[in-house]
Design a binder for this molecule. Structure first.
Ligand SMILES: *[C@@H]1O[C@H](CO)[C@@H](O)[C@H](O)[C@H]1NC(C)=O
Ligand SMILES: *[C@@H]1O[C@H](CO)[C@@H](O)[C@H](O)[C@H]1NC(C)=O
Ligand SMILES: *[C@@H]1O[C@H](CO)[C@@H](O)[C@H](O)[C@H]1NC(C)=O
Ligand SMILES: *[C@@H]1O[C@H](CO)[C@@H](O)[C@H](O)[C@H]1NC(C)=O
Ligand SMILES: *[C@@H]1O[C@H](CO)[C@@H](O)[C@H](O)[C@H]1NC(C)=O
Ligand SMILES: *[C@@H]1O[C@H](CO)[C@@H](O)[C@H](O)[C@H]1NC(C)=O
Length: 330
């Protein structure tokens, strides 16, 4: 029995080693960046999949981390789903709608650095939550003691952002031969981390019931949608690294810790918006570029004629069929 087990172990090890050698060439590792795999829907993992780290093919260093820490594969899975769905949601009515082509991962566009920061934030968020839930090996609730306040006693189970930050930084690490590209993407990691930390909030409760002489408090990260919204704002206010005041990298961290920085100007994405739905006529004016829009009448069932019934604290409605317009880019 033991012999068989040993054989299986050795056999498995050899297989994974050969696969590794076959698929990873040094060129491969350095030029591809992690978010190209992170945002890819090709390898979407089902909960029952045998190898949850398969999507990291070609990223040996990250794959090892994914496999070695129990629970981390699930954290990454959750993070990928969060990042993709929030990216699509936040940009639903913008010219760039979070769709991508390969070129977007070869240059440091505004979109690229945004995706980098969003992916970072999603991993840090999921890791911190998993620590709180006891689902990530060697990580537990935060025992951090924030600044003393006489009426607050820190305890409970806080989100462990500190540990999550270290895990995420290590995982996201950029190793690209182009220095500028690497630095800008590395900066996006820090912006992602900072955005999560800014979304921590103290939660308190009064153990003494009504007399709230001492509150018991802990820190929680707010829902991921808040973080994604903040990062979308940072996408819009991102700055060109070629501008004068950004030439010196040493000043980035101090002066631009909360700005995303990009290197290459992206296109206007106008060739991607044909047939897209606008949120309003005003939105069409920008979304459809100069091509204009078409409107379509639709019938939408909605609640109407609300009636309040005194007898039983009940409100009843009728259903009205309203005619509304929806707009699509030509
Ligand atoms: C894979 O590469 C490592 C080092 O890069 C080497 O030691 C090992 O022998 C290689 N394995 C195979 C099966 O080629
Ligand atoms: C990335 O940025 C962090 C924080 O500014 C820094 O400590 C680290 O050395 C940078 N890594 C690379 C590869 O430049
Ligand atoms: C855009 O990116 C490429 C590749 O990184 C770089 O060589 C080029 O100089 C960049 N273009 C501009 C205008 O900065
Ligand atoms: C990028 O676009 C901005 C604004 O349109 C322009 O000022 C800048 O020169 C462009 N940068 C490059 C390198 O083409
Ligand atoms: C849109 O235009 C850009 C640049 O003009 C081009 O690189 C890209 O392939 C085009 N995309 C589609 C879907 O036509
Ligand atoms: C984004 O736009 C592209 C091109 O118009 C479209 O094919 C794609 O389905 C859109 N993505 C989402 C998430 O709506």
């Amino acid at each position: 029995m033991i012999k068989v087990l040993l054989f299986v172990l050795v056999f498995n090890y050899t297989i994974s080693d050969t696969i590794t050698n076959r698929t990873i060439t040094p060129k491969h590792v350095k030029k591809r960046i992690l978010i190209s795999a992170l945002f890819s829907k090709k390898f979407f993992i089902t909960e029952k999949s045998k190898d949850n780290c398969r999507w990291l093919r070609g990223f040996q260093y990250q794959k090892q981390q994914c496999q070695r820490r129990k629970g981390f594969a699930e954290v990454l899975n959750t993070a990928r789903k969060l990042a993709i769905s929030e990216c699509e949601e936040q940009f639903r009515y913008y010219r760039w709608n979070c769709s991508y082509h390969k070129d977007m991962f070869k240059k440091a566009y505004r979109e690229t650095v945004f995706m980098q920061s969003l992916a970072t934030a999603a991993i840090m968020f999921s890791a911190a939550k998993a620590c709180t839930d006891g689902k990530l090996q060697k990580c537990h609730c935060s025992d951090e003691v924030p600044p003393k306040r006489p009426d607050m006693k820190w305890g409970g189970c806080g989100d462990n952002t500190k540990k999550a930050k270290h895990i995420t930084r290590r995982f996201m690490q950029v190793t690209h031969p182009n220095t500028k590209f690497r630095d800008v993407l590395n900066h996006s990691i820090e912006v992602g981390i900072k955005t999560v930390i800014e979304n921590e909030k103290a939660h308190c409760y009064c153990p003494g019931g009504n007399t709230c002489a001492i509150k018991l408090c802990w820190k929680r990260i707010q829902p991921f949608v808040n973080i994604a919204q903040k990062l979308q704002y940072r996408y819009h206010s991102a700055i060109d690294v070629n501008s004068k005041n950004l030439r010196r990298k040493s000043s980035w961290k101090k002066q631009h810790a909360d700005r995303l920085l990009y290197v290459n100007n992206s296109t206007d994405f106008c060739n991607l918006t044909a047939g897209r739905r606008c949120s309003s006529k005003d939105n069409c004016a920008t979304l459809c570029c100069t091509r204009g829009y078409r409107e379509q009448k639709v019938v939408v069932p909605r609640r109407c004629h609300a009636k309040y019934h005194d007898c039983c604290y009940k409100v009843t409605y009728d259903i009205c069929h309203n005619e509304e317009y929806v707009y699509y880019c030509k």
